[in-house]
Design a protein around this ligand. Structure first.
Ligand code: IPM
Ligand code: MG
Length: 361
């Protein structure tokens, strides 16, 4: 198979972790006889430094022309980086939001899974972590507060900021359908998370999710309020299979879910449109404090590359090979610093990439 992949190394640790994911993909291509073409483009701070804006039209066109996009991370230190002196629409994150919208990537999949080998890194009590957990957070990614009208005004000498949370039923329906489809391939349970006791947008969310559920009698549906969900994630994470939720709640809950796995450095993500096209990136940020030191954990990006093979190219066997190699490397006792524990062998970013590459054959 021939695949054209546009890569966005981005900022901070982004270029280091994307380099490792490319190495892994190249090994898979060699072993399984595929042809991969990579094209690197700039986004975020890296693009601001060259073009003065976080995402150019050419960069968007390069993403649209590809079969899939592999991304590292974007952004810098929000207190010290000059990128954050710019107006909001010219900052690094604006590039990512613009790209999500331009590519219509409305479905964000963030798996959170407790590796047996890393159970010790799970911050929860052993009696909770012993049950393990394996959930998929399905976050709506192109609507809600992130894309509603916003403004800051001064009225009678008082500064006032307004953000609007809007969803129409079509936006809710298409993400709900993806959520139920994915639940069907997993353990058959959807927990739809909202704030229907307060918000109109959540009441519509709940109504539309109930309508969609009628087409999936084999999938169990429950509704949960977002504050309760935040609590349940640390109290009993094993209860969740698919968590289906809107943009802002999903942003927050996915960070929380990742932390209970022990390290945000392990979590991949896929952002999909209604075709096979997707953007794949780690769930973590650009970690500017550790950039360039060869200590970042490349596993989340490598697992994102595996999701790309699975969801955009239907290459399940190849994706399994990557997931298996990651598991093996952990079983063999190799750890980057973020997941290090006594008795294990600490390795850097590049070595972790090499060790995973060696285990794909
Ligand atoms: C994420 C990030 C982004 C978001 C930021 C960088 C805009 O936190 O992908 O979760 O809030 O969506
Ligand atoms: Mg986030």
């Amino acid at each position: 198979m021939k695949c054209n992949i546009t890569c966005i190394p981005g900022d901070g640790i982004g270029p280091e972790i994307v380099a490792e994911a490319k190495k892994v993909l190249e090994k898979v291509a060699k072993v399984y006889g595929h042809e991969l073409q990579f094209k690197d483009i700039l986004m975020g701070g890296a693009s601001i430094d060259v073009h003065g804006i976080p995402l150019t039209d050419e960069a968007i066109a390069d993403c649209k022309a590809a079969d899939a996009v592999l991304m590292g991370s974007i952004g810098g230190n929000t207190s010290t980086s000059p990128w954050y002196q710019l107006p909001p629409e010219k900052r690094p994150e604006a590039g990512l939001l613009k790209l999500r919208k331009a590519l219509n990537l409305f479905a964000n999949l963030r798996p959170a899974y407790l590796y047996e080998e890393l159970a010790g890194a799970c911050p929860l009590k052993e009696e909770i972590s012993a049950a393990g957990f394996d959930m998929m957070i399905m976050r709506e990614l192109t609507g809600g507060l992130y894309f509603g009208e916003r403004k800051t005004v001064t009225e009678d000498g008082v500064r006032k900021a307004i953000d609007t949370l809007t969803y129409d039923e079509n936006e809710i329906r298409r993400i709900a359908i993806k959520g139920f489809d994915i639940a069907r391939k997993r353990r058959g349970k959807v927990t739809s998370v909202d704030k229907a006791n307060v918000l109109d947008s959540s009441r519509l969310w709940r109504a539309v999710v109930n309508e969609v559920a009628k087409d999936y009698p084999d999938v169990e549906l429950e509704h949960m309020l977002v504050d309760n969900c935040a609590m349940q994630l640390v109290k009993d994470p094993a209860q969740f299979d698919v968590i289906l939720t809107e943009n802002m709640f999903g942003d927050i809950l996915s960070d929380e879910a990742s932390m209970v796995t022990g390290s945000i450095g392990m979590l991949s993500s896929a952002s999909l449109n209604d075709s096979k096209f997707g953007l794949y990136e780690p769930s973590h940020g650009s970690a500017p404090d550790i950039a360039g030191q060869d200590i970042a954990n490349p596993i989340a990006t490598i697992l994102s590359a595996s999701m790309m093979l699975r969801y955009s190219f239907d290459l399940d066997k190849e994706a399994d090979a990557i997931d298996g190699a990651v598991k093996k490397v952990l079983q063999d006792g190799y750890r980057t610093i973020d997941i290090m524990s006594t008795g294990m062998k600490q390795v850097g970013c590049k070595e972790m990439g090499d060790l995973i590459v060696e285990r794909i054959s």
